[in-house]
Design a protein around this ligand. Structure first.
Ligand code: FES
Ligand SMILES: [Fe+2]
Length: 334
């Protein structure tokens, strides 16, 4: 029975690019604490505008650099005794000592900031750099799309249980009341990338229109979801495991602006776009909160009893396996 049931579900922290913070929340010179991937980290922005992520604890006497630390002259300065660290993690100055301590090094994490998100690369082995790159979301810089809206949740469930939800097609009509079962057009995994194409008939409230949901995943921490049919909407799902048992989920959305021609005036088109955008954001939030109750209380069934129409759950699980590496690799971290 033991192999057939894990309650609560147990998964390690996967490797990948994960959410650090929203770009707009990290101003120049600022340092903030970041609890993610089972680590205590500091996320900060140097004077040149570049975002950095390092281990949080100062190698001198252990102050948390995200609580009172700051950037000065391109270096991260510890609040406790003012030791200074370069973005590469090396100790660059000790204000009361003419000699540097070469042992004093902070582990540094690769950062990729785009689409309004500061993402960082996590692998337990410090010498394993990014194994893939993130995608650019062209709609983010497109004036035909609205200013992105954002939402954030912390959920007491592991990443894998949450991510499986998108491939679990049969739950949509029953848990979320979304009308008919979505139809899987294709599921393609290509190393860390996965592409899912589904067709969905919206329910009566949305006039029964047919729509598409196209999802591109770049490893476990970054998904681009494009919805079309009623109005074109792009959602970036950026997540970070907080630890093995909890996950930070963020959504950023942008909606394609309705055209003035179709609505008779700029004002009518803008009002429509805003209404649709707000309804979409509310709907995604409503669905997520329904899922949370399931996620936080469910078991993981390694060999599930599946039925036709369930969606590519097992393909997803095979894809997910590649992101778990032996945690023993942590020992090679400095
Ligand atoms: S603990 Fe950071 S400088 Fe002393
Ligand atoms: Fe769901």
């Amino acid at each position: 029975m033991r192999e057939r049931l894990q309650y609560p579900p147990k998964f390690k922290v996967p490797v990948g690019w994960f959410f650090g913070c929203f770009s707009e929340d990290l101003s120049v010179g600022e340092a903030m604490p970041l609890e993610a991937v089972g680590q205590q980290l500091v996320i900060w922005r140097s004077d040149d505008g570049i975002a950095h992520v390092h281990d949080a604890f100062c190698p001198h006497l252990g102050a948390h650099l995200g609580h009172g630390g700051r950037s000065d002259g391109g270096r991260l300065v510890c609040p406790f005794h003012a030791w200074e660290f370069d973005p590469d993690g090396s100790c660059a100055a000790i204000p009361y000592s003419s000699r540097l301590n070469k042992q004093a090094r902070l582990r540094r994490y690769e950062v990729d900031e785009r689409n309004g998100l500061v993402m960082f690369w996590w692998h337990p082995a410090a010498d394993v750099g990014p194994l893939w790159q993130l995608g650019q979301v062209t709609e983010w810089d497109d004036d035909d799309y609205t200013e992105p809206q954002r939402r954030q949740w912390e959920v007491a469930a592991p990443w894998q249980e949450i991510a499986e939800n998108a491939l679990d097609l049969a739950h949509f009509p029953y848990l979320h009341g979304t009308g008919m079962l979505p139809v899987l057009d294709s599921y393609e995994a290509d190393g860390p990338l996965a592409r899912v194409r589904t067709t969905q008939q919206y329910d009566e409230r949305a006039g029964g229109a047919m729509g598409r949901i196209d999802t591109d995943s770049y490893g476990p921490g970054f998904n681009i979801v494009r919805f079309s049919g009623i109005v074109d909407t792009v959602l970036i799902g950026a997540v970070a495991p907080i630890d093995e048992m909890s996950t930070r989920i963020t959504f950023s959305f942008t909606v394609k602006r309705a055209s003035a021609e179709a609505f008779g005036s700029e004002e009518a088109a803008a009002a429509f776009t805003e209404k649709v955008g707000d309804a979409f954001v509310a709907e995604v939030g409503r669905q997520l909160e329904q899922d949370v109750v399931i996620w936080e209380n469910k078991a993981h069934i390694p060999v599930p009893a599946l039925a036709e129409g369930d969606g590519p759950v097992m393909q997803f699980r095979r894809w997910a396996e590649q992101f778990y590496v032996p945690t023993g690799a942590t020992e090679s971290a400095p």
